[in-house]
Design a protein around this ligand. Structure first.
Ligand code: SF4
Ligand code: SF4
Ligand code: FES
Length: 260
């Protein structure tokens, strides 16, 4: 059996002054996952290291950690002979490898990721009737189905170079959620979402470094969603300019006919 030399980040903000690293030697076999190593350290070596997991099969998206500087899902990534295991960057630490994801979890809800059936001027989005029974051509749902695979594991947030220099950027997960809803032919909330995302902390902040796509365990490509949202925003702006010009022309025509 091979041995993995594991250096683990330890920090409990409620009692520790500063983080520290502990080193362990863990036996492992070909195909063992990072999560197996963490469980061994906790269960066999009796170390009270905190980490999060649930499904153990790349489904719940909760077991994200950083291994040798790369954000990974612990249940999915194979263990290596030398590993530095740390919490995901860009998140506050709750304890050891467990981070507080609530900020980005809440951001997803702020971009209205659910479909909106009809929005009247005076209505709040929360009050809109959400029953959808109409049938849709499957070919029109390709982007929606593709981005529905997102586990909301936040690895792309941890990898995003823009977030590392600007925590105001809302990041790829909420932008993807917004695009998924905007791309759905049944949705009527596109304009509202686009207005919300047309600013320097949302759609226009992504630099297309693509590090989010490099780490996605589902092989998704968040920059595609972001570029599609940008296209939608530009089209929406052009549509509004056109409407303004038409209104202006109508006004001028009316004035002219009134004078004659
Ligand atoms: S896009 Fe990929 S990395 Fe990002 S949250 Fe979704 S599944 Fe995770
Ligand atoms: S492509 Fe955009 S969202 Fe992805 S890592 Fe780069 S800046 Fe972040
Ligand atoms: S434990 Fe659920 S995705 Fe890893």
């Amino acid at each position: 059996m091979k041995k993995s030399k594991v250096k683990i980040f330890r920090f409990d903000p409620s009692i520790d002054f500063a983080p520290r690293y502990e080193v362990y030697e863990v036996p492992y076999e070909e195909g063992d996952r990072v999560l197996d190593i963490l469980k061994y350290i906790r269960e066999e070596l009796g170390v009270d290291v905190a980490f999060r997991y649930a499904c153990r099969s790349r489904f719940c998206g909760t077991c994200g950690v950083s291994v040798n500087g790369k954000p990974i899902l612990a249940c999915w990534e194979e263990a290596l002979s030398k590993m530095i295991i740390e919490p995901l960057p860009h998140f506050p630490i709750i304890k050891d490898l467990v981070v507080d994801r609530s900020f980005y979890d809440e951001l997803i809800h702020k971009v209205y990721p659910n479909l909106i059936k009809e929005v009247k001027e005076e209505q709040k989005l929360e009050d809109v009737n959400m029953n959808f029974l109409e049938k849709i051509e499957p070919s029109k749902m390709n982007d929606v189905i593709y981005f529905q695979q997102c586990l909301e594991c936040m690895l792309c947030i941890a990898a995003c170079r823009t977030i590392s220099s600007d925590l105001n950027y809302i990041g790829p997960v909420s932008l993807m959620a917004a695009y998924r809803a905007c791309a759905d032919p049944r949705d009527k909330g596109k304009e509202l979402r686009l207005k919300l995302l047309d600013n320097k902390n949302a759609c226009w902040r992504c630099h297309y470094v693509l590090s989010c796509a490099d780490v996605c365990p589902m092989g998704l490509f968040p920059p595609y969603a972001i570029s599609q949202l940008r296209n939608m925003i530009i089209l929406s702006r052009l549509k509004n300019i056109r409407l303004k010009i038409i209104k202006l022309m109508d006004g001028l025509r009316f004035k002219k006919s009134y004078v004659q």
